[in-house]
Design a protein around this ligand. Structure first.
Ligand SMILES: Cc1cc2nc3c(=O)[nH]c(=O)nc-3n(C[C@H](O)[C@H](O)[C@H](O)COP(=O)(O)O)c2cc1C
Length: 313
């Protein structure tokens, strides 16, 4: 439960998870919580209407759009579109170790090329009034070398970036799958605390392995915030402001499904939007049957089934 520390916690960008629908679901649970969208490539933002899906939300002020890329002109054009829609912040992905991303020369490889990021930030700032933040890891490969991250932050600070989100583990390029790169190598929180000491004027947010929103007192003097990824998706209720009764949970889920029904009338249903509900009743008696109902609804494109199920149970 979050109580008064809303701004200390945020939800991590996750491909296939923190899309517009999940942001909407979270806004029903807590309309103040900061969420980073799944990574979107600058060219995709420029050439498609992916951002329009976010119009489902009433308020964009807590939604930070994560963009990927390495070309200042393209990043600036994408940022302009983001700004025109009403978002206030973009976050640049400098932490993704996936093969495709590295082949495209963006993501984690940018940790070694901070001047490229700096040029992108400058281009974004010339074109928009958006705040720009950066998400990266503590290092690359199996070596631990403080200089890499220190130089990265020093260089990018020159373009006026204030906030850095640091996934507290190295990323291994080439050898590990993207999934394994989320559990190997081990987390090193001390490295992030040290970064905060060195760059005390920057906002440093720690990420990796956090399972609840109860550690504010433990970490408040060491970092400026905690970002939670996988656990936020598994158990979104940890972001509720106050204790929520099971009746309130049911009412909230009904509201979400009703909104989806309206949104997808006459259109094909976005399956991810329903998948987000799979974990919503975890740790309750009916969790297993609920997951079955969600799966049925996904496979049959049938939101009414899910609505009837929840109303009758
Ligand atoms: C399914 C999935 C997708 C992810 N996609 C992104 C992404 O698009 N951009 C990004 O910066 N990090 C991405 N990440 C990494 C998370 O943002 C976060 O750094 C990582 O999961 C560690 O935090 P956690 O231990 O709280 O999950 C992803 C992680 C997962 C599990």
């Amino acid at each position: 439960m979050l109580q008064n520390v809303n701004q200390f916690y945020s939800i991590a960008p996750m491909m296939g998870k923190t899309d517009s629908y999940f942001c909407f679901l979270m806004s029903l649970i807590n309309n103040n919580i900061t969420i980073y969208t799944e990574m979107m490539h600058s060219e995709a933002i420029i050439r498609t209407n992916i951002l329009n899906d976010y119009k489902i939300l009433k308020n964009f002020s807590n939604i930070k759009v994560q963009i990927a890329g390495n070309k200042p002109i393209s990043m600036a054009k994408a940022a302009k579109k983001i700004s025109e829609l009403g978002f206030a912040e973009v976050n640049i992905n400098c932490g993704c170790p996936s093969k495709n991303v590295i082949a495209g020369d963006f993501g984690l490889i940018l940790l070694k090329n901070p001047w490229i990021v700096k040029d992108c930030v400058n281009a974004i700032k010339n074109e928009t009034g958006l705040k720009v933040s950066v998400k990266t890891r503590i290092g690359i490969g199996t070596e631990y070398n403080d200089d890499l991250l220190n130089n990265f932050v020093s260089e990018i600070n020159m373009s006026g970036v204030k906030k850095y989100i640091i996934h507290a583990r190295n990323g291994i390029l080439g050898k590990l799958s993207t999934k394994k790169n989320l559990s190997i190598p081990p987390l090193k929180y001390e490295r992030v605390f040290k970064l905060k000491k060195k760059f005390s004027r920057n906002k440093i947010i720690i990420n990796g392995g956090f399972l609840n929103t109860l550690d504010f007192k433990k970490y408040k003097n060491k970092v400026d915030g905690i970002m939670i990824g996988r656990e936020a998706y598994k158990n979104p209720w940890i972001f509720a402001k106050n204790p929520i009764t099971s009746q309130q949970r049911v009412a909230l889920v009904i509201k979400y499904i009703t909104k989806l029904k309206k949104l997808f009338t006459g259109k094909s249903i976005n399956k991810n939007s329903i998948t987000h509900l799979q974990n919503i009743f975890n740790s309750t008696d009916g969790a297993k049957n609920w997951r079955k109902a969600v799966n049925f609804s996904i496979h049959n494109n049938d939101l009414q089934y899910l609505l009837n199920y929840i109303k009758s149970s």
